[in-house]
Design a protein around this ligand. Sequence first.
Ligand SMILES: Nc1ncnc2c1ncn2[C@@H]1O[C@H](COP(=O)(O)OP(=O)(O)OP(=O)(O)O)[C@@H](O)[C@H]1O
Length: 281
Amino acid sequence: MTEYTAVTDVEPGHDDVSGKTVLSLRDATLAYGRRVLWRDLDLDLRGGEFVAVLGPNGSGKTSLLRVLLGQQPLSAGTLLIDGRPPRRGSDLIGYIPQHRSVAAHTPLRARDLVRLGIDGHRWGLPLAGGRVRRRVEELLAAVGAAAYADLPLGLLSGGEQQRVRVAQALATDPILLLCDEPLLSLDLNHQRAVAALVDRRRREHGTAVVFVTHEINPILQYVDRVLYLAEGRFRIGPPEEVMTSAVLSELYGSPVEVIRAQGRFVVVGAPGSDDHGGETP
Ligand SMILES: Nc1ncnc2c1ncn2[C@@H]1O[C@H](COP(=O)(O)OP(=O)(O)OP(=O)(O)O)[C@@H](O)[C@H]1O
């Protein structure tokens, strides 16, 4: 079992925002041309809250993250992050992108990737070298990645790479952590480890979490609310309220069955695919 150290004595970053409103979407609509991905979305997210975003392929989950990152303007409505409009490259937000395997010959080491998270966006204003080095060490230790800090990323396993990406996303001590399917293609043990790291961050620092996933079961124990997107509609609420046959049938506009078995949700009959909303038992 890997021992982790807490990221406690890193540079003072943002104040603990536990319980405070970190993100506020009002009457938010996103459309590409005539295609509406979601409409009239209201969402207030508080520090320490863990929201899972579920929905079939193309329902607008990644697009929602792009909106929150300030990379995609809303078609209508408003978004405030910590009371202000979103800003590209804001250090208030940490982002774990969708996992892509890194080419084996890339010279970038794990510690280089984490360092980019600290000063990659501060063009021309590098932090003092010693402080950055200490911060990188702390971040790598916090995710249990210190042992392979000097290896090229391409030589790390998928699970090891994801730990390093978590460290990179936490580099600016964010108040909001956005995760885009960070468990994809990880085995069960690494899924558990990465999900636990994200949960630990929000418990210890009050960071709000928006976690896009196709499968709720690996993170079910951490999820406060589910935002389910489908067919231009959405539903938000605690998992047991959203993950029901009645709600998902209404969202999809066709019969969907949700079975709760051994503490897991199994979704049967969702149009388009059979791999979202829940795992097979
Ligand atoms: N900039 C854009 N212009 C036009 N259409 C876009 C743009 N970005 C995304 N789309 C389309 O919007 C839809 C939603 O894409 P998005 O990536 O948000 O879905 P998703 O729910 O994350 O899907 P997946 O589960 O497959 O990752 C897709 O059909 C995509 O092709």
